[in-house]
Design a binder for this molecule. Sequence first.
Ligand SMILES: *[C@@H]1O[C@H](CO)[C@@H](O)[C@H](O)[C@H]1NC(C)=O
Ligand SMILES: *[C@@H]1O[C@H](CO)[C@@H](O)[C@H](O)[C@H]1NC(C)=O
Ligand SMILES: *[C@@H]1O[C@H](CO)[C@@H](O)[C@H](O)[C@H]1NC(C)=O
Length: 497
Amino acid sequence: MKLLNFVAFLLCLISKLVISEEVSPEFTKVWGPGLLPDLIVMPARYFFIQAVDIKNETIEESLPEGFNVKIEGLTELNKPCRIWVNNLDRKDGSYIIRYKMYEPCINMNIIIKYKDKHVSESPYLIKNKVYSDDCNCPLKNVDNFIENWECEDLPYFMSNKISNFGDIDWDTTRDKLIQKFNQPLAVSICQYIIKNNEIYRKCYGKYVGFSMFMDSILKSLVRKVKLPDLEFFVNLGDWPLSSFDFPEKYPILSWCGSKSSYDIVMPTYDITESSLENMGRVMLDMLSVQGNTLEKFENRIPKLFWRGRDSNRHRLDLILMSREHPELFNASLTNFFFYRDEEHIYGPKTEHVSFFRFFDYKYQIAIDGTVASYRLPYLLAGGSLLFKQDSMYHEHFYHQLEPNYHYVPVKKDLSNLLEKLKWAMENEEKALKIAKNGQKFANENLLPHNIFCYYINLLKELKEVTKSPVRIFEGMERVNQTKTQDCKCTDNIKDEL
Ligand SMILES: *[C@@H]1O[C@H](CO)[C@@H](O)[C@H](O)[C@H]1NC(C)=O
Ligand SMILES: *[C@@H]1O[C@H](CO)[C@@H](O)[C@H](O)[C@H]1NC(C)=O
Ligand SMILES: *[C@@H]1O[C@H](CO)[C@@H](O)[C@H](O)[C@H]1NC(C)=O
């Protein structure tokens, strides 16, 4: 577990290998939502530092000694704010700086220096009061949120999917939907109502514990912005529900989509949770995975690495292939459940390996488990070259990925994996380029900022197509905030600053 370090301010001295390029504090780039903490409230804020040398060229080696970052401010009682700062070295000349605030803060200042000289636009003085994530200070409406956060629109594929429902009238579909999917042992589904920025739900099914993930993101959102009144249904299971085969189209929100279903896809519970809980309960998130690699791509072990459980026949095929070519693969199963009677063939199972250590290796593969493998965002972020198995399942962002640009596609039966892997080994430069594109995609589309924006846009677009009035039903449970602070809210709206 991480040691929480409550300190008035934290000075992080960044010391690394000495390199030849001379850093230019002026040209060095600094960007990210963590530089606008008054406008963008997150559980953990973050920004990036990319070293640039005096010839204005990007430094791609580990950073030299001399950078330091200080984030400070005052509470209403004129005491130093408690801010926990954490820096993640990406081993490629760049850093991710994350920080978590434990109380509202005024006169906040972000100071980034290289050997006593301010870097880029430092110091970043924040004029408005900055809220911690547990402040219950909703902006007036989602448009304010979208502006403050500079959210991009929903990807076309998803937006199109929502508008294809035309007008959603829950008064004519609600009962049919509940009747169809009220199969307690097979399906877990919850009806959610947002009314006056309060959350209510009623769940159907025997296993409804996963509603906590939906609860968490909604609770976080209503603290940040007043959501429109809205009714919707959330599928808590992995399999999409709204099959093309049914006579009725049901606009159900799901973590995973498929080529043969109408489900509207949200970020998986996994990446949703890690966006909410980074620098908290979750170790693996889209930022930590970049700060815990030991080597940049060029220095990683040239093998395809894979660990996982036996939740799909093709995973077993990978094990056989890896045995035939131990010089190319390091793959094994860590658990047997679905094919337990074949453990003597595909076993023995091996020890669990920390996900961070996957990136000691140059090549990674995403193979379906029961549905899409929810680790794909992290595999992209880790900066190795990703091979992705063709699949009928998708997460919310797959349609934005381009084969052979962000990843290397392989057939569902893996029959061309060997050939593609050899190609990558013989074409190091192209492989590196694809790996970099994949990581860039992850950083521009899958970080906590993007996940919040996705949910907000999703709810906004759902509101636009929902025609039925919103009311609270008998027997619904109210989802309450667990912990909030009285933060004496004032609206921080971009245009008014
Ligand atoms: C440095 O390079 C960036 C592009 O990476 C460019 O936008 C900027 O204008 C350059 N600055 C100078 C002073 O040449
Ligand atoms: C496979 O990977 C694991 C974890 O990195 C390592 O401990 C093991 O030695 C590797 N096996 C081979 C044969 O290289
Ligand atoms: C949420 O709060 C309301 C009002 O304080 C209370 O009636 C309700 O029981 C709470 N819900 C839960 C699930 O604790």
